[in-house]
Design a protein around this ligand. Structure first.
Ligand SMILES: C[S@@+](CC[C@H](N)C(=O)[O-])C[C@H]1O[C@@H](n2cnc3c(N)ncnc32)[C@H](O)[C@@H]1O
Length: 185
């Protein structure tokens, strides 16, 4: 199982009107969900996507998308505007769950943690067994808070680099999925 964890500093924590962009950059979360969970015409059943929302008015919130049970979803923005609004209103959707929980409490329960950072160890230096069944933590459009980076370092997380260029969070997820797909064959 592959797990992506996104830290959203601004994502709204209540139902919203209007676009995902206006809802604290939930458009970034939509892009990350597509990269994490979708292949062409199928869902990645072995992937979980977690986002921790720290925007107003009710942070933190933890939204979980479980590929093994995800159902009745498409890739377009209107679909995810509706689903995220439903979830934030407390209505369930198959394979998507919400908890009132902060990222530190959740990450503490995990074993193989990688924090994505350009200055970390290059992905090429890791072997399949290192990256199998791992959790990958990624910052949003702003990046990870320094305090949180220190926290995960204390937990013994590995810092993982995809190279010197700074990529969009959704591109980071695509690169990890692609690299691991190639390693796992
Ligand atoms: C759009 S970037 C964040 C940009 C933000 N302005 C900053 O300075 O951190 C989103 C996240 O992608 C990850 N990331 C981007 N490029 C990366 C790279 N080359 N290697 C590893 N992680 C990367 C980091 O976790 C980063 O927080």
């Amino acid at each position: 199982m592959r797990r992506f964890i996104l830290y959203s500093r601004t994502g709204k924590t209540a139902p919203f009107n209007g676009s995902l962009l206006e809802a604290g950059r939930l458009d970034v979360i939509h892009q990350c969900i597509i990269s994490a969970m979708f292949l062409s015409h199928s869902i990645r059943r072995d992937v979980e996507f977690h986002v921790f929302l720290y925007g107003s008015p009710n942070p933190p919130l933890h939204i979980i998308i479980d590929g093994s049970s995800l159902y009745d979803v498409r890739t377009d923005e209107a679909t995810w505007n509706k689903i995220l609004n439903e979830i934030l209103s407390g209505h369930p959707h198959q394979g998507i769950f919400m908890r009132k929980e902060g990222i530190e409490n959740y990450v503490e329960t995990l074993k193989k943690i990688f924090v994505l950072n350009e200055k970390g160890k290059d992905i090429k230096e890791f072997e399949r067994k290192d990256l199998d069944d791992a959790s990958f933590i990624i910052g949003d459009q702003v990046g990870l808070p320094i305090k949180f980076e220190k926290f995960v370092r204390r937990l013994g997380a590995n810092e993982l680099s995809l190279g010197k260029k700074r990529y969009l969070a959704s591109s980071v997820i695509n690169i990890i999925n692609y690299s691991l797909d190639r390693l796992m064959v």
